[in-house]
Design a protein. Sequence first.
Length: 306
Amino acid sequence: MTITQDASTTVSRESESLRSLYADWSDIMANTELTMRLFRSIFDEWHQPTTEPEDVTYKEETVGGVPGIWAFPAGADKTRVLLYTHGGGFAVGSASSHRKLAAHVAKALGVTTFVPDYRRAPEHPHPAQIEDGVAVFDALLERGIKAEDITTIGDSAGGNLAVAIPLALREQGKPLPGRVIAFSPWLDMENAGETLVTNDATDALITRELLEGMIAGVLGGLTSPDNPLANPLYADFTGFPKLYVNAGGAESLLDNATRLVDKAQAAGVDVTLSIAPGQQHVFPFLAGRAPEADQEIAKIAQWYRA
């Protein structure tokens, strides 16, 4: 296992924009009776801390029956694809809210990326999201993309999916992606993580109560919180692809990342963990704006090419 951690504990002024956005959302959620439509509208602001990457074109397309957005950085290798599943508790977030972040990563890696608008909870509970991810993966194979040239990647709930999609593929006897990348993955459907308590004061967005509502929506009383495809902390990682996991040191889901890494390492997986001190949930959203995010994406590019 490789562990990287910035020795500096200083948080850049630019990185405060993400914390401010989260604090604003938290205030709205605490003081407003939100419909699901308004809840989703708020989280579609997630792209705001991310700068628009230069020399990237976008295309809306349906892949494997799942609509989404492609990002094509200039000169990218179109035989290599990031399958980027967006975060948002399985209920909010979208291809639109995440296209810029996905494009920044794809540009750094020199590849393309597809961000699916997978079916969201509570209208579509687990395993609809995994089924959509598998459908996109299968369709990419049908288009001639090699399994080893596909990377499943995602943040928060999408980081869960980035891990769970290969587990589902393995269960179905299908080829696995070559690599998996998880930004601040949310995995613990039992809501029992230690850093939910220890980092509660420093996380500007995630609370136990917020997660409880998300868990109820996605599991719907139909799926057990210890089902390995819903909660990969219960999965067997034998034979799992090369894995990169990161998290912010200030976030309440920090120990989801560390527990995942421990599980993967115990199974012999080639795994890298990167923790950014003082950073918030899914700090790579600061791509193009804050040095912490840009340095992290550069690390991922180096890892990808190794």
